[in-house]
Ligand binder design. Structure first.
Ligand SMILES: [Zn+2]
Length: 396
């Protein structure tokens, strides 16, 4: 049986109280106190009390959260660029940036669901379930969310998109910022770059960083290949990266399908291609995302969503403005901390994305904030995977 998506979450502040409610023609329900949830309005959640000590919600929170985290609410469709035969690196960075500005930026700025940069719905549902458990008198003490008495988790990761990142050692600037604060991170590499990448990867691994996979090549098609082929390519990559004991994957350009996740299962331990809230390049209209700042399972594969606004999204909104980048990231970090969640950041060691003066300055501030907080569990993705599997009773 899959671990529950709604039970066992407890947040530092749990201000929701459930009160009998008879003010609606829909019948009995509860009030959620105004201002507690993301919406300022009072939200009515129907429930029944079939017997003392039992609170039965008249909806299925488990199914609701399942639908949200798997993004089943997003209109189905395959983006046109996923049929392009060219790797994304063949497209000049100025053109890619212009496309992002045209396609992604307006949808990040618009009103809509999920909210950007914060969407609290899944965490709100979990809080309601916890309050219902308390009202029924059956509330148990759940396992700690994070180890060692830490109240939230902070994870840093990077994707190598091009050979340029190795030829010019672009990764060094980001690694040095982290190491100066005693932090380490994960680095996702494409198989096609391995001959040029190997020495850099060995250096990173020797310095305590994690190496993970970023697909066979940096194109737009991998997620749409047949599952069997994906599984074969994943197994080959696990072998060629064997010296680094790889556990994780992130899809090039964030493109993901159920077939992709099925192909990765049992080859890798975690995927980190989802974002909690984002606009996808030429994807479904509006925004999408898994709406949670916690890990969750796709079958046996654990998902570790990117939850700090990623550098590509930020670049197309704010250019290289260090102040604005730092402000939006610090705001999200603070919100994740308040919900005891996992802050997972993604930066690219590429000349046009995160290795620019403003982006590097902003990254320094983010790393500093993480390093300065004794409540943060500063972990590699593979450590979060091992912890969450153990906490969920899921096999390794
Ligand atoms: Zn990439």
């Amino acid at each position: 049986m899959s671990p529950s998506l709604v039970r066992g979450f407890h947040f530092p502040a749990e201000p929701i109280t459930l009160r009998p409610w008879t003010g609606s023609p829909a019948g009995p329900g509860v009030y959620i106190e105004p201002g507690v949830l993301a919406t300022p309005e009072t939200v009515a959640i129907p429930f029944t009390q079939p017997e003392p000590g039992v609170v039965r919600l008249a909806w299925d929170p488990e199914a609701s959260v399942q639908r949200l985290v798997t993004e089943a609410y997003v209109p189905a469709g395959r983006p046109w660029h996923s049929r392009l035969a060219v790797p994304s690196g063949w497209i000049p960075s100025a053109v890619r940036e212009a496309l992002l500005r045209a396609s992604v930026a307006p949808r990040l700025r618009a009103e809509g669901f999920p909210g950007w940069p914060v969407e609290s719905l899944v965490e709100d549902i979990r809080t309601i379930v916890r309050a219902a458990e308390a009202a029924s008198g059956r509330r148990r003490s759940p396992e700690p969310l994070w180890p060692g008495g830490h109240t939230w988790a902070a994870v840093l990761s990077h994707d190598f998109d091009s050979l340029d990142a190795f030829r010019h050692d672009r990764w060094k600037a980001l690694a040095e910022i982290e190491e100066a604060h005693g932090l380490r991170s994960s680095w996702h590499v494409c198989s096609e770059h391995l001959p040029a990448a190997f020495r850099a990867l060995e250096t990173l691994a020797a310095r305590g960083h994690e190496i993970a996979w970023h697909g066979p090549r940096h194109d737009y098609r991998f997620a749409f290949r047949p599952t069997e082929r994906i599984r074969r390519e994943a197994a080959a990559a696990a072998l060629s990266l064997g010296a680094f004991a790889p556990r994780g994957f992130r899809s090039p350009n964030f493109l993901r399908t159920p077939g992709l996740l099925a192909g990765l299962e049992d080859v890798f331990g975690y995927d980190s291609s989802a974002r909690d809230t984002a606009a996808e390049l030429f994807g479904a209209p509006g925004r999408q995302g898994c709406c949670t700042v916690f890990p969750f399972f796709h079958g046996r594969l654990l998902e570790l969503p990117v939850t700090i606004p990623d550098d590509l999204s930020i670049r197309c909104l704010y250019g290289d403005d260090a102040e604005r980048i730092a402000t939006v990231q610090a705001g999200k970090l603070g919100w994740i901390r308040s919900r005891a969640g996992m802050a997972l950041a993604l930066t690219h060691p590429e000349s046009w994305i995160s290795v620019t003066p403003g982006a590097l300055k902003a990254y320094g501030k983010l790393v500093e904030a993480v390093a300065a907080d004794p409540d943060a569990w500063r972990a590699l993705p593979r450590d979060v995977e091992a912890w969450w599997r153990g906490r969920s009773g899921a096999p390794t």
